[in-house]
Structures are given as structure tokens and as C-alpha cells.
Design a binder for this molecule. Structure first.
Ligand code: SIN
Length: 551
């Protein structure tokens, strides 16, 4: 592990271990192999948009996705997509808001790229058929937390992600881009610093395959499943970050996990997102005594940055000894609510809650990983031919705390840049060295379901929005105690996901323990303020053994 900008170095307690390169024993000489020009891993906005642009340029691209094509965080996105297209808005204002939310850790150049190219990419999506809601004057624009302008476009009221997913799926189908569902990327194949392909488990046929490719683009999303309560889909197990880390790529900013402040908290109900746009339209947060409280915590009240709202809610829950606070929209006209938030209204109704007449119980839940596979402004990782964009990546646009609705546009902008970069590079050849691993032990009797729950419990207790030194120590011990698993082969997908979660959970904990300050989404009780000496990024990279040992 190291800290960039040459400001110092950090030695973990051996807890950034020499883990294996792989989580399976295999020999590529004995596996069916397929050669593709471009392999895109993941089928959310970043993956499908990138695949679409590549195919439009006449390249042969294949998308592999872990479950069904629409099992993505994109599909679930409610609030919208931020772009400075309003008459009183500008990329500069969007830049300022993004930098402020990012709490001093954004890369201003990356943010500049995001805010200047975002409007063009959003218009491109509209040209592809995405129907964002409109008013007489053009696109309907709303505000969300920490935005000083109305700049969030939305679709179907609160079904923005579903509209984008539908639009991109239709384009991908029309262009006959192969999308291989139930294909799980087990590991990347890297020789001499170049990514040559991926080892993939075809779950339907239950067979391992080798995909050899000139370029591999990771767009596999985030890691909300590190926690029990998350807005993310079950597929969000951090696989992309874990495979890239094992392959030797740098990963960055992993201590910064965004908790969404308002997630439905009905006993036995699902952790269903209640969009920030609800507060943008005038929703009021009330504590268990019915009192509004946000103005006591921040001058922007309900529209303060997410980390501030999250901590305020937790403080109120603690003060009143309850498991939730309440989001009140009963003062807003019922017909407007049902029109503006149809998905939220219908989902709550199905769970027995009428949002027009009753307050919505809400509590924070894990929502977004600010960190990820480190990339430059063209989505290039530190491994040649390996690119990343979307939530799996860390281009530096989100810093310590992502500005609401900046993630969908991030996928578009950096997906577009990846395509620009790979199209201007010489095509290169598809290399096919052999890879094998025979070092991993077989395991028996491991209850991976129980292990996943135990891991989530550790993360909930100790790596949530408020972190205590003793909790960080406890989590480190938990993850260190499970390091032996990295010497074992993962027998099935459930085990592979647990391997990836354990790998990532350790990195998140290491980073959180190392960062002795509070900033953005990372808050420590023993260092409750930001410290100038910590205005830097934490980068992790696996200590490489000689690759020759392995193939
Ligand atoms: C929301 O609708 O509140 C989520 C939007 C986001 O996370 O950007």
C-alpha cells in the first residue's frame, strides 16, 4: 500500500497481504477459449454505453454480465442524472458543487472533464431515445443535496435508471452486440503488465471459459453488499475491484463509502431507496418526536451534503433511542407526489404505507463506493489494456463524497473517453500466453452464506458512517483471521463473491484505519475533523510475486 504524491508511505500490519493471483485452480490450455476485440464486464450505464460506442465504430465487442442484463445499480437509480444544461447553470457551477461535496479530495481535472462533457453525453443519451421528463420550457430539472442549481434530469418521475437501462438495452439489441448473461468474471489474465483476457465462469453451462481480448473494460459496479443494509442489488459484491487488485492494478479511496441518508426502514421491509429528490421537492426530516432537525446540523437543512444528513439522522436516532427517523411529505399535494414519485409511492403502498398521509420511516444504508480501480482521465488503469469506468473505477471525480446524481453521468463521460482512447490506439494483437494455477487448497465445510453474514455484520458495526478506533481494530482482526481463505480455491460463485468481499473488506478497513482524520464519507470519532496533512489519496497495490511462478 502506498500514498500517492510522494507525501509519505504507509506500512500496514501485513494486512495488505501477498494474496494469491487467482481464486481458482485452472489451466488455460485445458479450457475452451474465445477471442474478442473488446470485452466489457458489466451491463449498467457505463458498460452498455461503452459497448454501444465501440460497436458503432465497427469493433467486435462482447459484454459479459454476472446475472441478467438489467440486474444493475443503474436500473435502480431513482433521482437522476446531473448535467449543467439549465439556463442559469454552467459547468463551472457544477464543478464548484462537485468539488465542495468531494471535501478536498476530488481531482479537479477529472471533475472538469465530467462537468464539461456531461451535457453532451446526456444529450447523446436523449438522441438514443432516453425520455427524460419535460416541462414547457424544456427538460424538467430539480435540485438534490449540495447542488446550488436545479440540474438533475429525471425520467418517469423517479425511474431514471430504468429508462436509461431500457434505452441502452434496446440499442445494444438493435446492434446485435452479444450480451452474455450469467457470466461471472473470476479473474483477469495478466502477463508482463498487460491484461490479455479474463477467466470467466459460464454459470448456465457450469463451465470455465477463457476470453482473450485486446482490451478489457471493467464496468461491473460497486460493493454495497459489503453491508447488510444497502440500496445496491445483490450482484454488487465488489468483484471488479477485487479482480483488478489481484491482477496488480492500483485501487484508491476505498475508505470513502457513501451512505444514502433516506432508505426505507420498515420492519421486515426491503432497504428501498427514498430518493434525495423527495427532499429536493420539499420533504422534511423529522425525529421520533415529530420535530424537524436538519437546520440544527447544516444551513442547507434537508439538502446538506449526504454525509452530513446521514450523521445527523444517526445522531437523532441515538438521541431518541429509535431505529429510524421520518421523512414527511404529507404537506405536499397528493396528486403531485404520485405523479412525481410513482415508484416510491407504489412501492410504499404495496408495503402498507401511504406516503401522502403517513411519514416514511427512513435510516441510512450503504449506497455508493467513491473509491475503486484507479484510472486516469481516459479510464486507463495501471495495467496495460485494462480500463475501468463507472462505480468500479476511481477517476477522482467523487473525492471523499460523491455529489448526488453525478454517478450516471460519470459512467457516460468516462465510457466515452475510453472509447476515444482505444480507437486512437493501434489495435495490437490478441496475445495468448498460457496461464495456470495449481496452488490453491480445496476446502470443505465452509458455510459461505454464514461467512458473508459475519462479514456484513463486521462492516455494519465497524465501517459504517461513524467509525471508532476499537471497531476498526476489531474489523482488521476479523479480516486478518480470514486471510487463510486466499490460499483456498473458491468452489462456486457464492464462494467467489465471498472471496471478493473479504478482499475488499480488508482493503476498506485498512484504508479507514490508516486515514486518521474525518473527511466526506469517512468519519472517525477519534479524529472528528479533516486534517490538512491527510489531503491525499490512499492507493493500494498488491505486492507482486514473480509472475513466472504462475504460468
Ligand atoms: C437518489 O435518488 O437519491 C440517488 C441518486 C444518487 O445516488 O445519485
Amino acid at each position: 500500500m502506498r500514498i500517492n504524491k510522494s507525501w509519505g508511505s504507509w506500512q500496514g500490519r501485513g494486512a495488505c497481504p501477498v494474496t494469491g493471483l487467482y481464486i481458482l485452480n485452472f489451466d488455460t490450455r485445458q479450457l475452451p477459449s474465445e477471442a474478442v476485440d473488446y470485452l466489457v464486464v458489466g451491463s449498467g450505464i457505463a458498460g452498455l454505453y461503452t459497448a454501444y460506442l465501440l460497436a458503432r465504430s465497427g469493433r467486435r465487442v462482447v459484454v459479459v454480465t454476472k446475472k441478467m442484463v438489467e440486474n444493475t445499480s443503474t436500473e435502480r437509480a431513482q433521482g437522476g442524472i446531473a448535467a449543467a444544461i439549465g439556463a442559469s447553470d454552467s459547468p463551472l457551477l457544477h464543478l464548484q458543487d462537485t468539488l465542495r461535496a468531494g471535501a478536498g479530495l476530488c481531482d479537479p481535472e477529472a471533475v472538469q472533464v465530467l462537468v464539461t462533457e456531461g451535457p453532451y453525453r446526456v444529450r447523446h443519451l436523449v438522441g438514443m431515445g432516453a425520455r427524460f421528463d419535460r416541462t414547457d420550457g424544456g427538460f424538467a430539472l430539480v435540485r438534490e443535496g449540495a447542488h446550488r442549481q436545479r440540474r438533475i434530469l429525471y425520467a418517469g418521475g423517479d425511474a431514471t435508471g430504468a429508462e436509461i437501462q431500457r434505452t441502452l438495452c434496446r440499442q445494444v439489441n438493435e446492434m446485435k452486440i452479444p450480451v452474455l448473461e450469467n457470466h461471472f468474471v473470476v479473474d483477469l489474465l495478466v502477463a508482463h503488465g498487460q491484461c490479455c483476457g479474463a477467466l470467466v465462469l459460464d454459470e448456465t453451462a457450469n463451465r470455465l471459459l477463457v476470453f482473450r481480448s485486446r482490451v478489457i473494460i471493467l464496468t461491473s459496479g460497486g460493493a454495497g453488499q459489503l453491508f447488510r443494509q444497502t440500496t445496491n442489488p445483490p450482484v454488487a459484491t465488489g468483484d471488479g475491484i477485487a479482480v483488478a487488485f489481484r491482477a496488480g492494478a492500483e485501487v484508491a479511496d476505498l475508505e470513502f463509502i457513501q451512505f444514502h441518508p433516506t432508505v426505507l426502514a420498515l420492519a421486515d421491509g426491503p432497504p428501498f431507496l427514498i430518493s434525495e429528490a423527495v427532499r429536493g421537492e420539499g420533504g422534511i426530516l423529522r425525529n421520533a418526536s415529530g420535530k424537524p432537525f436538519m437546520s440544527r446540523y447544516h444551513p442547507d437543512g434537508e439538502l446538506a451534503p449526504r454525509d452530513v444528513v446521514t450523521r445527523a439522522i444517526l445522531a437523532e436516532m441515538r438521541a431518541t433511542g429509535t431505529d429510524s427517523v421520518f421523512l414527511d411529505v404529507t404537506h405536499l399535494p397528493a396528486d403531485k407526489l404520485r405523479r412525481r414519485f410513482p415508484t416510491i409511492a407504489q412501492t410504499c403502498t404495496a408495503l402498507g404505507l401511504d406516503i401522502c398521509r403517513e411519514c416514511i420511516p427512513v435510516a441510512p444504508a450503504a449506497h455508493y463506493m467513491m473509491g475503486g480501480v484507479r484510472t486516469n482521465l481516459y479510464g486507463e488503469t495501471t495495467i496495460e489494456n485494462l480500463y475501468a469506468c463507472g462505480e468500479v473505477a476511481c477517476a477522482g471525480v467523487h473525492g471523499a463524497n460523491r455529489l448526488a446524481s453525478n454517478s450516471l453521468v460519470d459512467g457516460l463521460v468516462f465510457g466515452g473517453r475510453i472509447v476515444e482512447r482505444v480507437l486512437t490506439r493501434s489495435q495490437g494483437t490478441i496475445s495468448d500466453p498460457d496461464f495456470s494455477c495449481a496452488l490453491l487448497r480445496a476446502t470443505a465445510g465452509i458455510d459461505y452464506g454464514a461467512l458473508r453474514s459475519a462479514l456484513q455484520e463486521q462492516m455494519d458495526l465497524n465501517l459504517g458512517p461513524i467509525r471508532e478506533p476499537s471497531g476498526l481494530e476489531q474489523a482488521l482482526r476479523f479480516f486478518e483471521d480470514h486471510q487463510y481463505l486466499h490460499e483456498c480455491a473458491a468452489p462456486h460463485t457464492e464462494a467467489m463473491e465471498v472471496h471478493n468481499l473479504l478482499q475488499l473488506g480488508l482493503l476498506v478497513t485498512e484504508a479507514a484505519a490508516a486515514r486518521r482524520e474525518s473527511r466526506g464519507g469517512h468519519y472517525r470519532t477519534d479524529y472528528p475533523q479533516p486534517r490538512e496533512c491527510w489531503r491525499k489519496n490512499l492507493l493500494f497495490q498488491r505486492v507482486r510475486r514473480d509472475e513466472q511462478d504462475y504460468y
